[in-house]
Ligand binder design. Structure first.
Ligand SMILES: [Ca+2]
Ligand SMILES: [Ca+2]
Length: 103
């Protein structure tokens, strides 16, 4: 809860909001559901460079094509593909991505 409060206060709204949740409803109109959906919408998936919120062989193909120099490669989240964490996409990331997918 403290993490959520800090995230909201610092990055989103510049302040702290206190909500009374004992009267929250269930289903799609639940305030907790809306909050949860909002936070998950911005979450990233490690290795998901094509932005479909999954790590799979499509990401591996996309990274392979990029490394082979294809100019029309659609990389949405290059930072999520930087699995070797050296601030660039290279063969080390491809190897790490392959290991993640087959594990
Ligand atoms: Ca993906
Ligand atoms: Ca890298």
């Amino acid at each position: 809860m403290e993490l959520i409060r800090q995230h909201i206060s610092i990055e989103k709204y510049g302040g702290i909001m206190i909500w009374e949740l004992t009267q929250d409803c269930k289903g799609d109109k639940s305030l907790l559901k809306v909050i949860n959906d909002s936070f998950n919408m911005n979450s990233s998936v490690e290795g998901d460079i094509n932005g479909d919120k999954e790590l799979n062989s499509a990401d591996l193909v996309t990274l392979s094509l990029f490394l082979l120099g294809y100019k029309n490669t659609n990389i949405v989240n290059w930072k999520d593909g930087d699995l070797f964490e050296d601030n660039t996409l290279n063969l080390y990331d491809l190897i790490a991505m392959r290991k993640l997918i087959i594990s």
